[in-house]
Design a protein around this ligand. Structure first.
Ligand SMILES: C[S@@+](CC[C@H](N)C(=O)[O-])C[C@H]1O[C@@H](n2cnc3c(N)ncnc32)[C@H](O)[C@@H]1O
Length: 325
């Protein structure tokens, strides 16, 4: 880990290390360690874990060092499509009300920090609601048990229509390759089998409807996409668990690009910002200091809403709508 001591805290070098070790296991290069990894059928035996780990670290030190330095955390978590789906329903309906339309707007979805692009299909997942109801596509290979408390403040009978979808990432993952799929898989923590199955189902769903994620930092890509106006569609800029990885320069540039586009939004070509990002809470210690909030801004309607909070992987989630200032 030498050389990572001064990396920005948000870039989480510890997770890059854990992902690099997991990848060795997934590649079949660490059979003794694999016995402890549930993602390859193992069961952790804590008394033997370090004895089985240490030789692997020595044997593969070069590749581990290289991966810790060269990779960014690529937790492309499909569970985040549950709050995204609900947030898009709210945005499409509020924008329609503001424009005097009876039907919700169809959507152009633009995702910044899309990683492998797994979350670009929120309309194609089956969202299982408490009480047995399903939203989205009931036949989807990807089923998300939403664990929602409350419901989005929207007409849930009006289906979500995503007409266009595109994403960018500073380090995109090409999920059409074995290497890309392994890379994403290595960032699912090995004892989280529900998430592991979700990721594999999301990869199958993505294969039925490929979308190439552009290799570009958010601001320049967003400026190009937002310059293409789409009257009749609600353009939604979405990012989840990205902000902590973005450099201060890109944050400032991204804000400026969005502010400029907001001034050009009209009732017939509205613009929304929808984000799912951690925010520090006043109380709490360690990881419980962080809360993951779903926030929505809508132009030109002028809405700015906190829609609710949930787990870092999008499930569970509690809907609770208030003004966001
Ligand atoms: C933890 S992943 C989250 C992926 C995805 N948004 C999700 O929720 O599943 C963070 C992603 O942000 C990307 N990223 C960081 N800075 C970026 C920037 N300035 N522009 C575009 N992408 C960026 C990283 O490459 C990484 O793929």
């Amino acid at each position: 880990m030498a050389g990572t001591e001064r990396d920005r805290g948000g870039s989480v070098p510890g997770l890059r290390f854990a992902g690099a070790v997991h990848r060795l296991v997934l590649e079949g290069r660490a059979p003794r360690l694999a016995r402890h990894y549930p993602t390859v059928g193992g069961t952790p035996v804590l008394d033997e874990l370090w004895t089985d780990t240490e030789p692997v670290l020595h044997q593969h030190v070069d590749v581990l060092r290289r991966r810790v330095r060269a990779t960014v955390v690529q937790t492309n978590e499909p569970g985040r499509m549950a709050p995204l789906h609900g947030g898009l329903l709210v945005a499409a309906q509020r924008a329609a009300e503001a424009a005097g339309h009876a039907e919700p707007f169809p959507i152009r979805l633009l995702e910044v920090g899309a990683s492998g692009g797994l979350n670009l299909r929120p309309d194609r997942v089956a969202l299982e609601l408490p009480g047995g109801r399903t939203l989205g596509d009931p036949d989807s290979p990807l089923r998300l048990p939403t664990e929602w408390a409350g419901l989005p403040p929207a007409d849930l009978d009006a289906p979500l229509r995503v007409i266009e979808r595109a994403g960018c990432d500073a380090n995109p993952v090409d999920i059409t390759t074995e290497d890309g799929r392994l890379h994403l898989s290595s960032f699912v923590w090995p004892d989280m089998l529900d998430r592991w199955r979700r990721l594999q189902a999301a990869l199958r769903l993505a294969a039925t409807n490929p979308v190439r994620v552009a290799a570009a930092p958010g601001p320049s890509w967003l400026a190009r996409r937002l310059a293409e106006r789409r009257p009749g569609l609600l353009t939604v800029v979405w990012h989840s668990i990205v902000w902590q990885y973005v450099s201060p320069g890109d944050r400032a540039r991204g804000r400026a690009v969005l502010a400029a586009a907001a001034t050009k939004a009209t009732p017939e070509a509205p613009l929304a910002l929808l984000v799912y990002e951690p925010r520090r809470t006043a109380g709490g210690q360690g990881p419980s200091r962080w809360r993951f909030d779903l926030l929505l801004r809508l132009w030109p309607a002028g809405h700015s809403l906190y829609l609710g909070s949930g787990g870092g992987h999008g499930i569970p989630f509690s809907w609770d709508v208030r003004p966001w200032t």
